[in-house]
Design a protein around this ligand. Structure first.
Ligand SMILES: NC(=O)c1ccc[n+]([C@@H]2O[C@H](COP(=O)([O-])OP(=O)(O)OC[C@H]3O[C@@H](n4cnc5c(N)ncnc54)[C@H](OP(=O)(O)O)[C@@H]3O)[C@@H](O)[C@H]2O)c1
Length: 357
């Protein structure tokens, strides 16, 4: 297992380097078969429908073939509309695209899985998704979400990951999800699926950026053949209201002197250096931008390499857990859910987590 993992990591690195010559976006091999492009477009938080349409057109024109969405983004219909237009115009084929979507936190019962996946497929106008992820390891009751009021009483503590995973596997066997994975799961939770599931998770999507490089979990995933996707790869600058769990504010990653210096040397932007650093570790990135020039910039990271000293300088900026920002504490009492994944990171002597997220 370790040998094959090392081989696949080496393949990623070779492919990343090869891309400099042919400008194809390198791909990471999934344990389920198939490949995921190492750069994808994050699509969260459009201000209006046309904004995302323009962004998707710009992304597809710039060579993106990997789109990341989620039921909770409420934008799958727009993605479906744009993809369908590109298919009809004969500009792309379905098999050239990689589309990820996610089971929502309010759909965390086994019977919900086919319901929510079918809704996603209808909106996306697709027969299958390339990757279906469980978005969060915890759950809220569906009626609470439908009412739009989520309180501590809305939390569904009956969550059974193995039963949900079995329902996910049924969707894979039915051909509606080519690969299966999880998001925001911790090692214990992934290990349970690896041990007891019929199909191992092919991908883990987690918060990962220069301040929170997630080295232990990335090593764990590499050992177990689970590919890793970095969300918030630029540090999610539009979510500044999410403080790091340490409570200590950190400078914006895009403004860091160390990053700017390396960017100037390579005639690249700070964003490109942040993305390249993660991609060069063999990790998939899904930066979100709705600005066409930034969308082009964020995939234009394949024609240069950071040398060992630059990688080491950037590695050293890792703040570990102090760099983590996404712990979903805005849902009152959520941390009491038995599958809340970050309890160990929070101050167990206090009744509530310290972070204001
Ligand atoms: N699985 C999960 O639980 C989860 C959680 C969070 C996010 N995600 C996924 O990950 C994606 C990315 O995460 P994110 O949006 O939180 O953070 P991000 O990609 O780190 O940052 C996005 C922000 O950076 C700006 N930006 C993008 N490219 C830039 C560039 N080249 N220069 C300067 N600023 C730039 C964007 O603004 P403009 O749009 O104005 O360019 C936006 O405000 C999301 O869209 C979503 O698909 C998943």
């Amino acid at each position: 297992m370790i040998g094959s993992t090392l081989t696949s990591v080496c393949c990623v690195m070779v492919a990343v380097l090869a891309a400099a010559a042919c400008l194809d976006v390198p791909k990471v091999r999934l344990s389920s078969g198939g490949d995921i492009p190492i750069v994808g477009l994050g699509t969260r938080q459009a201000n209006y429908e046309g904004e995302l349409e323009t962004a998707l057109d710009a992304a597809l024109q710039s060579g993106y073939r990997h789109i990341d969405t989620a039921t909770i983004h409420k934008n799958e219909h727009t993605i479906g509309k744009v993809l369908n237009k590109w298919f009809k115009e004969g500009k792309i084929k379905r098999e050239d695209l990689f589309v990820t979507t996610k089971l929502p936190v309010y759909g965390m019962r086994p019977a919900d899985v086919p319901v929510f996946l079918n809704q996603s497929l209808t909106k996306l106008q697709l027969d299958y998704v390339d990757l279906y992820l469980i978005h969060m390891p915890f759950a809220v009751k569906r009626e609470a979400h439908d009412n739009g009021i989520i309180t501590e009483d809305s939390i569904d503590k009956t969550t059974d990951h193995l039963a949900i995973w079995k329902a996910m596997e049924a969707e894979h066997y039915a051909g509606r999800a080519k690969a299966l994975g999880v998001s925001n799961f911790n090692e214990t939770q992934i290990e349970r699926l690896l041990k007891h599931g019929a199909i191992p998770p092919a991908n883990l999507q987690i918060e990962l950026h220069l301040y929170h490089q997630q080295r232990p979990v990335v090593d764990f995933c590499k050992k177990n053949g689970v590919s890793v996707t970095a969300y918030a790869p630029l540090g999610s600058p539009s979510y500044r209201w999410l403080s790091p769990i340490s409570g200590k504010e950190l400078p914006d990653l895009l403004e860091l002197t160390e990053v700017n210096k390396i960017a100037t040397k390579h005639n690249k932007t700070s964003a490109q250096i942040l993305l390249r650093h993660t991609v060069q570790r063999g990790i998939i990135v899904i930066p979100k931008s709705f600005k066409p020039d930034r969308i082009r910039q964020n995939i234009d990271i394949l024609d240069f390499t950071l040398d060992d000293s630059e990688m080491a300088e950037l590695d050293a900026l890792d703040k570990g857990l102090d760099g983590k920002r996404f712990v979903m504490k805005h849902i009152e009492g959520l941390w009491k859910h038995p599958e809340y994944p970050w309890t160990a990171l929070l101050n167990s002597t206090e009744e509530r987590p310290k972070s204001s997220n």
